[in-house]
Design a protein around this ligand. Structure first.
Ligand code: ASP
Length: 353
């Protein structure tokens, strides 16, 4: 369905679901997914944008807490099939797992040179105080922005409450506020005030103009192991011995520290020796893992744990799914975890891991 035609820039809106398009069930009071027409009805201003907008919707629209690799593949397929027809893509998505989807899409859309902007809202678009209208309109403006006929933001991003953030650097950090997303380890790519100010130095620009290469293979045999003081050997052991498990994102303390108990280190080493890739990310919102900094971190390094540097958990999980999905060996996966594939991680000049 076209909202506006005959304008030079064309945007495809992909409505997957989420609060932005929901409506209150009058009997239960619960928010339920509603169709895209309802959403557009509440934003007549879309007609005034200087671009033509077409849309496609997931049927039925999904709460993002029910989304995962199958839905990411669906989004990639829609983008790949429509890539040559549009200048940019806006993905309307529930906020709960938007950061996982954005990270996954950044790996799955190789050679992307058009904007893919994810957005949603904390309040449904039909509500008086909704944040959905601003988010939607500005996300479309960003996806349509061009300079010298080239897209200003040719990467996967999240736009939310005035800020444009790199998708694979972002986490949902607030369940209530309109300001729900943060990218603590990478600067904001654009800020929308009276005008939209882009930080062109920080925006990723593809080095080659190769055709888009969509990827669909993902391996779900990944787990997150969040450490806490007093964690028991049974918990560690049962996670590390999940049948078929290939990768673990281990959330450690501070700059990558963990207990130095012999049983703990021995379990990690035994798991690494049989081919499990264990990636160390910090539980802190900002900052990086530096395993050489303290003895406790150093012991993890000796056990064969690899650094996730300043990666978000969302990014480390989806990167492992992507790498194992493509049949890489544990050693090849480790090598790739030590590289930035698409600006998702900051690797220090002198790698100690
Ligand atoms: N549960 C909703 C979702 O993620 C929340 C939201 O959209 O903000 O789909």
């Amino acid at each position: 369905m076209s909202v506006h035609k005959n304008k030079n820039t064309s945007i495809l809106l992909i409505y997957t679901g989420g609060t932005i398009g929901m409506i209150k069930n009058s009997e239960t009071g619960a928010l339920e997914a509603f169709d895209f027409q309802h959403l557009l009805m509440h934003v007549p201003d879309l007609k005034n944008l200087d671009c033509s907008i077409s849309s496609i919707q997931f049927d039925p629209p999904m709460d993002s807490s029910a989304m995962g690799p199958d839905s990411w593949q669906k989004i990639v397929k829609v983008i790949a099939e429509n890539y040559s027809l549009y200048d940019g893509f806006v993905v309307l998505h529930g906020t709960d797992t938007m950061a996982f989807t954005a990270s996954a899409l950044s790996f799955m859309l190789e050679n992307l040179n058009k904007p893919v902007i994810l957005t949603g809202s904390q309040l449904p678009i039909g509500m008086l105080r909704t944040d959905g209208k601003e988010n939607l309109v500005t996300a479309i403006e960003i996806a349509a922005a061009k300079e010298n006929d080239m897209p200003v933001v040719p990467e996967v991003c999240i736009f939310f409450e005035n800020d444009l953030l790199r998708g694979n650097r972002t986490s949902k950090t607030n369940a209530d506020n309109f300001n729900a997303f943060h990218s603590y380890n990478y600067p904001v790519l654009a800020h929308a005030g009276i005008s939209i100010n882009y930080d062109t130095v920080q925006i990723y620009h593809p080095v080659s103009r190769k055709p888009l290469k969509p990827h669909y293979l993902l391996d779900r045999n990944i787990a997150i192991l969040k450490l806490f003081p007093g964690i028991s050997p049974q918990v560690i052991e049962s996670i590390l011995n999940i049948p078929g498990l290939k990768g673990v994102v281990m959330e450690t303390f501070g700059s990558g520290n963990a207990p130095s108990d012999d049983w703990f280190l021995a379990m990690l080493k035994e798991a690494v020796d049989r081919g499990l890739v264990i990636v160390n990310v910090t539980q802190c919102r900002a900052g990086s893992v530096e395993m050489h900094r303290y003895e406790t971190g150093y012991k993890l390094l000796e056990a064969g744990v690899v650094s996730g540097y300043d990666s978000t958990t969302e990014c480390a999980v989806t990167k492992l799914m992507f790498l194992f999905g493509h049949g890489l060996t544990p050693n090849e996966v480790k090598e790739h975890m030590n590289c930035s594939l698409i600006g998702e991680v900051t690797i220090p000049e002198n790698i100690y891991h």
